[in-house]
Design a protein around this ligand. Structure first.
Ligand code: FES
Length: 101
């Protein structure tokens, strides 16, 4: 028997359980340019801020911009309240910020 071709999508925003496709769809449908606009549109990013750097990357991709990774890390590392899975990432680029869970 063939397995169904169902791809389970990971939630990018764990606080509000918002998937990557939902975030990307909102950015495209409403031509969103800031994380705050994305949060208003679909709630992603409205909690601990851990996903803001990924939302910013999706915004950049949609608008065909490429903000340097170090710029994104410096913009977002200080406001992340719960580093979770991105803890090691932030520690690598900005080791002076304490890693919390
Ligand atoms: S993971 Fe998106 S706000 Fe917490």
């Amino acid at each position: 028997m063939k397995k169904p071709d169902i791809e389970i999508e990971e939630n990018i925003c764990q606080c509000y359980q918002v998937s990557e496709s939902t975030i990307r769809s909102c950015i495209a449908a409403k031509n969103l340019k800031t994380v705050e606009e994305v949060t208003q549109a679909c709630e992603a990013g409205g909690g601990c801020h851990s996903c803001h750097i990924l939302i910013d990357l999706f915004i950049d991709e949609y608008h065909k911009k490429s903000t340097p990774m170090e710029t994104l890390v410096h913009e977002h590392a200080d406001k992340v309240k719960k580093r979770g899975i991105l803890g090691r990432f932030f520690k690598k680029f900005k080791p002076d910020v304490p890693v919390t869970k």
